[in-house]
Write a protein that binds this ligand. Structure first.
Ligand SMILES: Cc1ncc(COP(=O)(O)O)c(C=O)c1O
Length: 418
């Protein structure tokens, strides 16, 4: 696969080899990561990369679009069928630009948006002061109930009535429970707001019908296509038919330029693959693995935010183990388990330190790890947390982690032979 790069740029080829080896030998548990199937690799590296096109099938700004039009039409058709959506726009480049497409479609500068607190699971594009959206729109936030660590829907309703937003956003980066889309949709209707769900993290679980879909309840549903959807680094947006024209215009020319036909082709493949039994079984196991890991960690004395998980991720509160998120992330990294530090709801620590870590099970489940392996991983995590500065302990944990993952190849043998 790297034949030409190896000849023309051995330094870069070496870095590719290094990264492949890192991925192969690590237990990858960043909740937003997944492993792209080989077909997705092929398609993202295909001749579709060469084609520049703006506009939509049948109405392009450049010539030579006859094949591209077929690809986009097929992908849109498959996306709508898979997610039971009235309309799909698959031109957006990522989960972030999917959100920008929706904002560009319905908001004017100064409009009010109500979204989930960023330190409790919301995403940068949902109104972070560090993101440009907060300079154009007026954001306010809803929060968790401190007791249950679930969305406080009553307070959300109160806030929506008081704030009168034009848009309510649901969906999160580190929320491990099901979201009551119906309830938030009703609140949005009551206050005359649009309702958008950002399902970036859970799109694969939704596609496989392992968790409920937001599509029936939301005006707009945005998503990235990596994370649990396990496809190309790209995005997609769905909406009700009545908003189709607004969304298409808001996406192009509103938010993006030319289409990325190579990732569009990869998404097209994934929209078909997501209907297979293989994908469904993988997604079911992703949730089982996350639940097993949460139970095991609880047995070792970790506190799991909200008491468990309904999806592909869990957030562990580390305070009972007397280690912070940053140090635990680094100690786990040193033994070959990759997670990220994460705020817990109402975290007393700074975002650069945190009291928790977020752990996801998508990538390891794609490698066919199941409950027995989750138990072994929980045991290793506990040993790391008990003595994170003890070199002998870390070396033993590293050995166990490497032995465990070595039995589960990242890709079939020979996939990347030149
Ligand atoms: C809820 C949510 N929305 C959007 C995004 C952005 O997606 P992307 O990285 O594809 O731009 C993320 C990424 O982590 C996310 O968690």
């Amino acid at each position: 696969m790297l034949k030409v790069t190896r000849q023309t740029d051995p330094v870069l080829a070496g870095l590719l080899d290094e990264e492949l080896s890192r991925q192969e030998h690590n237990i990858e548990m960043i909740a937003s990561e997944s492993t792209a199937p080989l077909a997705v690799m092929e398609l993202t590296g295909s001749v579709f990369t060469n084609k520049t096109l703006e506009g939509y099938p049948g109405n392009r700004f450049q010539a030579g679009s006859e094949v591209a039009d077929k690809v986009e039409r097929l992908a849109v058709e498959r996306a709508m069928d898979l997610f039971h959506a009235e309309h799909a726009n698959i031109q957006t480049y990522s989960g972030s630009t999917a959100n920008y497409s929706v904002y560009a479609s319905i908001l004017k500068p100064g409009d009010k948006v109500l979204s989930m607190r960023l330190d409790q699971g919301g995403h940068l594009t949902h109104g972070s002061p560090a993101n440009w959206v907060s300079r154009f729109y007026h954001f306010d936030f809803y929060a968790m109930d401190p007791e249950t660590e679930l969305i406080d829907y009553d307070k959300l309703e109160e806030k929506a009535k008081e704030f009168q937003p034009k848009l309510i956003v649901a969906g999160a980066s580190s929320y491990s429970r099901l979201i009551d889309y119906k309830r938030i949709g009703e609140i949005a209707q009551e206050v005359g707001a649009y309702f958008m769900v950002d399902m970036a993290h859970v799109a694969g679980l939704v596609a496989a019908e392992v968790i409920p879909s937001p599509i029936p309840y939301a005006d707009f549903v945005s998503s990235s296509t990596t994370k649990t959807f396990c496809s190309a680094r790209s995005g997609m947006v769905f909406c009700k038919e009545k908003y189709a024209k607004m969304l298409d215009k808001g996406t192009f020319p509103g938010a993006i330029g030319s289409i990325q036909l190579h990732t569009m082709a990869a998404k097209c493949w994934s929209f078909r693959y997501a209907k297979t039994e293989e994908f469904r079984a993988t997604m079911q196991q992703v949730v089982k693995n996350a639940q097993c890991l949460a139970e095991e960690l609880t047995k070792y004395g970790f506190r799991i935010v909200s008491g468990g998980t309904d999806n592909h991720l869990l957030v562990a509160d580390l305070r009972s183990k007397h280690i912070n998120g940053r140090d635990f992330q680094n100690a786990l990294d040193s033994v070959g388990i990759t997670v990220n530090k994460n705020m817990i709801p109402f975290d007393p620590e700074k975002p650069s330190v945190t009291s928790g870590v977020r752990i996801g099970t998508t990538a390891v489940t794609q490698r066919h790890l199941k409950e027995p392996e989750m138990k072994r991983i929980a045991a290793i995590m506990n040993r790391v947390a008990e003595a994170p500065s003890d070199e002998a302990n870390l070396a033993a944990c590293r050995k166990d982690a490497q032995e465990l993952i070595a039995a589960f190849p990242l890709y079939p043998a020979g996939s990347f032979d030149d």
